[in-house]
Design a protein around this ligand. Structure first.
Ligand code: NAP
Length: 336
């Protein structure tokens, strides 16, 4: 029997995730008698949505059950397979979970072949769901018909920094909103955002109005709450909003998802569309190809923030909610 260290949901968090919400358990499996593909998990994606999955609020996937291994996308290496599609040594991605090993049906996995010069972890960041969220959010949801003023909240994060750069590639005037000086410096100096604003500044609204004298044509929202309340009244007539995420509300019991300025959708005849990256799964290969070309051409830069050790996954998840992550947050299951 092979041992499998796993992290499970011990109780649902109220407010911030706490240590007591997660339990480390030791599972076992018989490697030799498995029907399916046995994967050694290498890298796990740490995503804000995992906090949603831990709650029992109405959501786009079933909430985690108490006692269930925490759901997580990841990358792993096949160690045994009853399917001809996979061979030991193949790299794969899928919903691997917060555990050392996972067992899958072949159709639950995607085989990976890392292109030259790109690390395997890019399949969790710029070439994975993160990059695809930015890509589909821009082209399929926001669908800008022309160039104009494009505001991104959560701008220095994994999704936000990529969608802002796509906006720059497409000729938009890009304004990024984030919460830390070093992140804002990166957006301005290395990613060439046109304006960067700190949401902690008391005069954020005035700064945003000065940066957007002709109004905001497109808004890519990662955060919701008070930041969106500041952005919405500055939208142009007929403006478009892609609602990607509401991270400012995920730890909230009262879920203030609808911002106070909801009425601006009426007054300014805005189009607001929420989306989940999987809505556009069929277009993923084409999108990954485009993202890869931009990375190779240095038109898209990305950061990965790697935390080592499966047991640190809960601490890593908490980092997303106080902004300690710099770029796509990934847990490396074991040290090299
Ligand atoms: N729709 C989809 O399919 C989809 C897919 C992936 C992600 N998402 C959403 O996209 C958003 C970004 O996800 P990500 O994976 O790229 O994470 P991320 O942006 O890399 O990390 C989260 C960042 O959010 C900011 N933040 C946290 N709490 C905040 C608050 N109360 N107010 C303002 N900013 C706050 C922090 O940056 P600062 O230092 O700037 O505060 C933090 O670094 C999330 O809302 C997520 O749910 C949606």
């Amino acid at each position: 029997m092979k041992k499998n260290k796993a992290l499970t949901l011990a109780s649902r968090p109220h407010g911030n995730l706490s240590e007591s919400n997660i339990k480390q358990v030791e599972l076992t499996f018989d490697e030799t008698s498995q029907q399916g593909v046995v994967v050694e998990n290498l890298y796990l994606s740490i995503d804000p949505t995992q906090r949603i999955w831990m709650s029992d609020r109405d959501q786009y996937m079933p909430p985690l059950e108490i006692g269930e291994v925490i759901r997580a996308f990841g990358i792993g290496k096949v160690i045994s397979s009853s399917s001809e599609q996979y061979r030991p040594g193949d790299f794969v991605s899928g919903l691997l979970g917060w555990q050392e090993f996972s067992i899958h049906q072949p159709q639950q996995l995607i085989k990976l072949a890392a292109p030259a010069g790109v690390p395997l972890t890019a399949f969790l960041s710029v070439l994975g769901l993160t990059g695809l969220t930015a890509y589909f959010g821009y082209y399929n949801v926001l669908q800008p018909a022309r160039t104009g003023t494009f505001v991104v909240s959560g701008a220095a994060g994994a999704v936000g920094s990529i969608v802002g750069q796509i906006g720059k590639i497409e000729g938009q005037k890009v304004i990024g909103i984030a919460g830390k000086k070093n992140k804002l410096d990166w957006l301005r100096e290395e990613l060439h955002f046109d304006h960067v604003l700190n949401y902690n500044d008391a005069d954020l609204r005035q700064q945003l109005a000065r940066a957007c004298p002709n109004g905001i044509d497109y808004y890519f929202d990662n955060v919701g709450g008070s930041i969106s309340d500041t952005v919405m009244p500055l939208m142009s007539l007929g403006g478009r909003v892609a609602l990607c995420g509401l991270i400012s509300t995920y730890n909230s019991e009262t879920e203030q998802g609808i911002c106070r300025s909801y009425g601006q959708i009426l007054m300014r005849r805005l189009t607001v569309q929420g989306f989940i990256v999987s809505d556009y799964q069929a277009q993923a290969p084409e999108a990954v190809g485009k993202l890869l070309n931009w990375v190779k051409a240095d038109k898209i830069k990305y950061k990965e923030h790697i935390v080592v050790g499966l047991e640190k996954a809960p601490l890593a998840l908490a980092m997303l909610f106080d902004g300690r992550n710099e770029g796509k947050l990934i847990v490396q299951v074991k040290p090299d």
